[in-house]
Design a protein around this ligand. Structure first.
Ligand code: NAP
Length: 316
């Protein structure tokens, strides 16, 4: 195929090679590079491969753009509705990352409840020899885990939790066709939960969904796990609650101003911090890169990308 595809970001060489095998690829590394292109060069671009980034002004700067293929299932950084309004189809990479993101969630729940990082430091530092047995921690068995957002990944988390003998409940805007008890009210679920797992999309609609009141409802024995987007939790309120002992612990893969992590979190031993690596395995990142390419091929071959976002469905 002869379309010109603009590629922004550090895609794996195998993804670039596949794109180059099918299209005329133009690689750039920043917004400045795009804006520095001539009007004629920008008018030649029909496809756009990106790591979850695609603001409205960049879409507007590409007058013949037809398809945006974004790496990752979360596309809160892509102006997908703006694109759809202009007839541009946005695609993303759902499902192929469910397993690894759910596994990362389980890892964060257990690491936080069992204080893995503090226990490891205790073992490594020789404290065991000097001071005796390490402090006891909490079991997940018999506890209630509330999932905020029972979508593709939320369901995978619930499925994996089923072997831990805990009780899984969920909150989302609509009740799903599942056996887990549903809470229409997030506060009520937080009150009933020992662990709250946040796995909604990011963006304005979910900004600070988990606020101070929800955090206080989870309480001093509660564990908050965020694998969605940093914006979904009021981070300042969470840090304060952790420091003041109003929240028991937190396992966090995502932060409000990535890659910045609040200093207040770094000194706490009741938190487990990972640098937004929910899907970051070789295997899953390869599958995500392949889906980025397959979406573009599907779109330009017969107008059928594999995974368009909901905003684009009216265009296909
Ligand atoms: P999904 O299938 O669209 O599920 C999202 C769920 O959130 C749905 O159950 C939805 O149900 C619920 N939801 C949406 N808005 C809500 C609101 N305002 N209040 C309560 N619930 C709400 O998405 P997914 O594939 O599971 O992915 C979820 C998110 O995970 C992504 O958007 C991304 O931000 C994040 N993620 C993070 C990583 C990482 O590395 N940490 C990796 C992959 C994905 P209702 O519509 O019924 O409310």
């Amino acid at each position: 195929m002869s379309q010109k595809i603009l590629v922004v970001g550090d895609f794996h060489p195998s993804t670039i090679d596949r794109l180059k095998g099918e299209f005329d690829v133009v690689q750039v590394s920043s917004r400045d590079d795009i804006m520095a292109m001539s009007d004629d060069q920008r008018a030649e671009i029909e496809g756009f491969a990106t790591f979850g980034w695609g603001p409205a002004d960049v879409i507007d700067a590409l007058p013949n753009l037809k398809c945006i293929s974004s790496f990752g299932v979360g596309y809160d950084g892509v102006a997908a509705q703006h694109a759809a309004d202009k007839g541009v189809v946005t695609c993303h990479t759902p499902n192929v990352l469910n397993d690894d993101v759910a596994n990362t969630t389980i890892m964060l729940i257990l690491a936080t409840m069992r204080r893995l990082i503090a226990q490891e430091a205790y073992a490594r530092s020789g404290a065991w020899e000097r001071e005796g047995s390490a402090p006891l921690t909490h079991s997940i068995a018999g506890k209630t885990v509330g999932i905020v957002g029972l979508g593709r990944i939320g369901e995978a988390i619930a499925h994996k939790l089923s072997v831990f003998n805990c009780i899984t409940v969920y909150h989302s805007r609509s009740k799903k066709d599942v056996d887990y008890p549903y809470y229409a009210d997030l506060m009520e679920m937080a009150q009933a939960s020992d662990v709250l797992v946040v796995i909604t999309p990011g963006g304005p609609a979910t900004k600070h969904l988990v606020n101070r009141d929800v955090i206080d409802a989870l309480g001093p024995d509660g564990t908050l796990v965020n694998i969605s987007r940093g914006t979904v939790i009021d981070e300042e309120a969470m840090v304060l609650a952790l420091q003041e002992g109003r929240l028991g612990g937190a396992g966090l893969d995502v932060f409000e101003a990535e890659p910045k992590i609040p200093d207040g979190l770094k000194g706490l031993d009741n938190v487990t911090l990972t640098p937004h690596v929910g899907s970051a395995t070789y295997e899953t990142r390869q599958a995500m890169g392949d889906l980025v390419v397959d979406n573009i091929i599907g779109f330009f071959k017969d107008g059928k990308p594999i995974a368009p976002v909901p905003e684009a469905k009216g265009l296909l």
